[in-house]
Design a binder for this molecule. Structure first.
Ligand code: C2E
Ligand code: MG
Ligand code: MG
Ligand code: MG
Length: 273
């Protein structure tokens, strides 16, 4: 009965709950080990500008992967939330930034890739760190990176958390020459007020609006609105999760010219780019 269930739910001796706690502890241990022993890899996915039938790769997005001997490649959706909860996102995030710097350094010798920018996903836990800007600055100096080669992807939910702190950091990043993107635009709990307050460069239309774009008129309305907001605020707008030619041509006809998705390339190791 309900009372018994309710009580059971919070009991220390609930075997199911014990099982969940144990699995989480095990996974946390594995994750810590994976970070320490660099069992992580940064994959990259192309971002393309298509205008007047001419296309050009403008950059890539860095996407983390966990390589486990038994489980194979584990996708970030399966461990980033845990990394955020356990603060392991801090060492992991720093490691990713460093890998990206090394990659930019390596591409300096490539006649084509030297012009590419790299976008990095930044979690709130990472961004709110008091020394986040210091770490970033010292790595930029260490690797002698041109800050304009870096773009940080933040989510809307981050922008409403600790507004003063966030505002200060975003202004600082802007002064440093690092550009900013709002990831998963339209899926968060934010208001649009930040568009007038913050120095943002790009909106990323979430793939949930692209998926059924060709068949769902509501998605057309949403995407058109986002493109219009972007153009009025002088922001770049990139569509993510573009998988089909139909989605691409529909987006083109709406005036979108920046794309990312399987149609143009899956996330892959840098040597396959
Ligand atoms: P996101 O930043 O919105 O990244 C886009 C996700 O869509 C990626 O999933 C990418 O592989 C996937 N994707 C790209 N094109 C297509 C497509 O055409 N169709 C479909 N169905 N999916 C596509 P991924 O790599 O599994 O990453 C998931 C999320 O994990 C990311 O969403 C991001 O929020 C987070 N994440 C990934 N790497 C990092 C990282 O280095 N740091 C942090 N903090 N978060 C990360
Ligand atoms: Mg992203
Ligand atoms: Mg996204
Ligand atoms: Mg996402």
């Amino acid at each position: 009965n309900a009372k018994e269930n309710g009580k059971n739910k919070y009991s220390y001796f609930d075997p199911q709950l014990q099982q969940i706690i144990k699995e989480k502890a095990d996974l946390t241990k594995c994750l810590r080990d994976a970070i320490e022993n660099e069992k992580m890899a940064v994959y990259y996915q192309l971002q393309i500008l298509i205008k007047n039938n001419q296309d050009k790769i403008i950059g890539v997005e860095a996407l983390i992967r966990w390589k486990d001997k038994e489980k194979g490649i584990i996708s970030p959706d399966q461990f980033i939330p845990l990394a955020e909860e356990t603060a392991l996102i801090i060492p992991l995030g720093n490691w990713i930034i460093k890998e990206v710097m090394k990659q930019l350094k390596e591409w300096e010798n490539d006649s084509i890739k030297k012009d590419w920018r790299i976008s990095i996903n930044i979690s709130y836990r990472q961004f709110e760190q008091e020394n986040f800007l210091e770490i970033l600055t010292s790595l930029i100096e260490e690797y002698k990176i041109n800050p304009s080669k870096l773009r940080l992807e933040l989510t809307e939910n981050l922008l409403i958390k600790d507004t003063q702190n966030v505002l200060r950091k975003i202004n600082h990043l802007h002064k440093m020459g690092i550009t900013l993107s709002i990831d998963d635009f339209g899926t968060g709990y934010s208001s649009l007020a930040y568009l007038k307050q913050l120095s943002i460069n790009e909106l990323k239309i979430d793939q949930s609006f692209i998926r059924d774009l060709v068949v769902d008129p509501n998605d057309s309305i949403i995407v058109e609105t986002m493109l219009s907001i972007g153009s009025k605020f002088n922001l770049e707008v990139i569509a993510e999760g573009v998988e089909t030619k139909e989605q691409h041509s529909k987006l083109s006809s709406m005036g979108c010219n920046l794309f990312q998705g399987y149609l143009f390339g899956k996330p892959s190791l840098p040597k396959f780019l």
